[in-house]
Design a protein around this ligand. Structure first.
Ligand code: ZN
Length: 140
């Protein structure tokens, strides 16, 4: 079951510059930076009434974010729908003919389970199915 929008991911080239806008100009609550080396990215996390906004910067030229920015430029990258059971949600969607980029949920940050759907089936928005990890998010 879909519970909420968990977070929105925005692809950026200059994380510090854009963090200043969201933090200082918009005045959003800033939770910190987080490196996800296995995905080749660094994120800046903001919290708006328990919905996160993540600015995503590539740390390596072959990351998915680097490819995305090269093809489509900076901007909205994905919307993550928070679910209680990612595997169950994905199975139901695939049964309904939705194509999934990840055939099975994989491990995300903080023990989460995540899977991306094929944008061709979602109105050309990258949708992430996101099941929160028990240990939550740890940031430095
Ligand atoms: Zn995400």
């Amino acid at each position: 079951m879909i519970q909420k929008i968990d977070h929105i991911g925005i692809a950026v080239k200059d994380l510090e510059k854009d963090t200043k806008f969201y933090r200082n100009v918009l005045g959003l609550s800033f939770e910190g930076y987080e490196d996800l080396p296995d995905r080749g990215i660094r994120i800046a996390v903001f919290n708006i009434n328990d919905v996160r906004l993540e600015l995503i910067q590539s740390l390596s030229p072959d990351s998915a974010i680097a490819t995305f920015i090269e093809r489509r430029g900076e901007g909205l990258h994905h919307i993550a729908l928070g679910v209680d059971d990612a595997a169950e949600m994905l199975t139901g969607l695939v049964r309904n003919g939705v194509r999934a980029i990840d055939p099975e949920p994989r491990k995300g940050a903080g023990g989460s389970r995540v899977a991306f759907l094929d944008p061709r089936d979602t109105g050309h928005v990258l949708i992430e199915i996101y099941e929160k990890g028990r240990d939550g998010h740890k940031r430095k």
